[in-house]
Design a protein around this ligand. Structure first.
Ligand SMILES: Cc1cc2nc3c(=O)[nH]c(=O)nc-3n(C[C@H](O)[C@H](O)[C@H](O)COP(=O)(O)OP(=O)(O)OC[C@H]3O[C@@H](n4cnc5c(N)ncnc54)[C@H](O)[C@@H]3O)c2cc1C
Length: 336
C-alpha cells in the first residue's frame, strides 16, 4: 500500500522531530523551510532541557517538557551513532542563585520528584537541581539533517510556503510564490514565530519574541553547571565555551540589535563571574521565539480544513517541548 504523504511546513526542531515521528509511523514525509532547516529560533536556543522556572507556569508547560531529558539522552546517542555528530547531551545540572519563594520550589520539586539540594554559590543561598540537562542546538540540528536524510525524509530549503489549495474543505497542495507545489494527504504547520503568516487571525496568539545570546571562548573557568540568577543564565559547553542569555524583546521581526542589550548580558555574566570582565565575547546572535501568552503551544487540528494540523507557539521552551509535541500531533493524526 502506498504511504500517505505528510507535508511539514517549517524546519525548526519542532518540525524536524515531527517529521521523524511521522516517518516512523509510516508516512512519506517532506519538510520545507523558507531558509535553511533549523535556522530559525531553534539554532539560536540555549538548549536547556528544563523550563525556567516551572513552578511559575501552568502545569501544562511542565507536562510538555517533562519527557525531554530522557528522550534526548537516548536519541542523542542514536544520532551520534548514526551520523557521527555529537549533539552534546549532558546532565550538567542547574544552580539557581537566590531563588524566590523556596517553600513553593520545595513543594513543587517534592511533588514532581525532582532532586533538590540547598547550597551556597558566591556566598548566596542557592539551590541545585542535579538532573537538569542540556543539548547544543547547532550540533543537534547538524546531526538531525544527516539523520533525516538517512531516514529518507525529503528536505526542501529556501522555499517559503504562501498558499494552500483547497477542494471540498481539504487541502490538496501547498505552494510557494514561484508556484513550487507540494501535494499531500496531511499538512502540518510548524513554522514557529512566522505561523501567523499562514494562519490568518493568529497574530494575537503567536508572535515573535526576539532573544539575544552571547558566547565566551574557552576561559578554562571550572564551570560545569548551568547557573541561573534573576532571569539570566550561563551555560557551560563541553568544549569550555560559555553561552549566556537571554533577552526577551517584543520587537516584531526586527533585525536591528543595539550594543546595550549585549552589554546588558555581559554585565549580568560578570556579576556572577567577575573574571569574565577580562574576556572578550566570541560571538552573539539572536532568534525569534514563537511567542505565546502563557508559553503553551497550539498542538491540534485546524478548524477550517480537515487535513491541516498545527504544532506551533512553543515560545521559550520549544527545544524541550518538541519531542512531546511531536508525539501528540502524530497520535492525533494517526487517530483521525
Ligand atoms: C535566545 C533563545 C534561547 C532559547 N533557549 C531555549 C532553551 O534553552 N531551551 C528551550 O527549550 N528552548 C529555548 N528557546 C526557544 C526555542 O528556540 C523555540 O521554542 C523553538 O526553537 C521553537 O521551534 P520551532 O521549530 O517551532 O521554531 P523555529 O526553530 O523558529 O522553526 C520554524 C521554521 O519555520 C520556517 N518557516 C516559517 N514560515 C515558513 C513558511 N511560510 N514556509 C516555509 N518555512 C517557514 C522558519 O524559517 C523556521 O526555520 C530559546 C530561544 C531563543 C531565541
Amino acid at each position: 500500500m502506498k504511504s500517505k504523504r505528510a507535508v511539514i511546513i517549517g524546519g525548526g526542531l519542532v518540525g524536524c522531530l515531527t517529521a521523524i515521528e511521522m516517518k516512523h509511523k509510516g508516512f512519506d514525509v517532506s519538510i520545507i523551510d523558507q531558509f535553511n532547516i533549523g535556522s530559525g529560533s531553534s539554532i539560536a536556543a540555549g538548549g536547556i532541557l528544563f523550563p525556567l522556572m516551572p513552578w511559575d507556569y501552568d502545569l501544562k508547560v511542565y507536562d510538555l517538557c517533562r519527557p525531554a531529558a530522557n528522550y534526548y539522552k537516548i536519541f542523542c546517542e542514536e544520532l551520534l551513532k548514526n551520523t557521527g555528530i555529537d549533539p552534546e547531551y549532558s546532565e550538567s545540572g542547574l544552580i539557581i542563585i537566590n531563588p524566590v519563594n523556596t517553600k513553593k520550589i520545595d513543594d513543587w520539586c517534592n511533588k514532581h520528584q525532582i532532586r533538590l539540594k540547598k547550597t551556597v554559590f558566591n556566598g548566596s543561598p542557592s539551590i541545585e537541581l542535579k538532573n537538569v540537562s542540556q543539548i547544543r542546538p547547532p550540533e543537534l540540528i547538524k546531526s538531525l539533517k544527516v539523520y533525516m536524510k538517512n531516514l529518507n525524509i525529503k528536505m526542501y530549503e529556501n522555499i517559503k510556503i504562501t498558499d494552500f489549495h483547497i477542494d471540498k474543505g481539504e487541502i490538496k497542495r501547498c505552494s510557494s510564490l514561484d508556484d513550487t507545489s507540494f501535494m499531500g494527504e496531511v499538512f502540518i504547520i510548524t513554522s514557529g514565530a512566522w505561523a501567523a503568516d499562514l494562519l490568518k487571525g493568529y497574530d494575537e496568539q503567536i508572535f515573535p519574541i526576539r532573544g539575544q545570546m552571547i558566547q565566551y571562548p574557552n576561559t578554562n573557568l571550572e564551570i560545569k553547571k548551568i547557573i541561573y540568577q534573576d532571569g539570566f543564565y550561563l551555560i557551560p559547553r563541553k568544549d569550555g565555551t560559555i553561552v549566556a542569555g537571554s533577552t526577551l524583546e517584543k520587537v516584531g521581526f526586527s533585525t536591528e540589535v543595539n550594543a546595550d542589550s549585549i552589554q546588558g548580558l555581559k554585565n549580568k555574566a560578570e556579576t556572577i563571574y567577575p573574571i569574565l570582565k577580562d574576556v572578550k565575547i566570541e560571538k552573539s546572535w539572536y532568534g525569534f521565539r514563537p511567542g505565546t501568552h502563557d508559553n503553551i503551544p497550539i498542538i491540534g487540528k485546524y478548524r477550517d480544513y480537515s487535513n491541516l494540523y498545527l504544532n506551533v507557539g512553543h515560545h521559550r521552551y520549544g527545544v524541550t517541548m518538541a519531542p512531546k509535541s511531536a508525539e501528540i500531533i502524530t497520535s492525533l493524526i494517526m487517530g483521525s
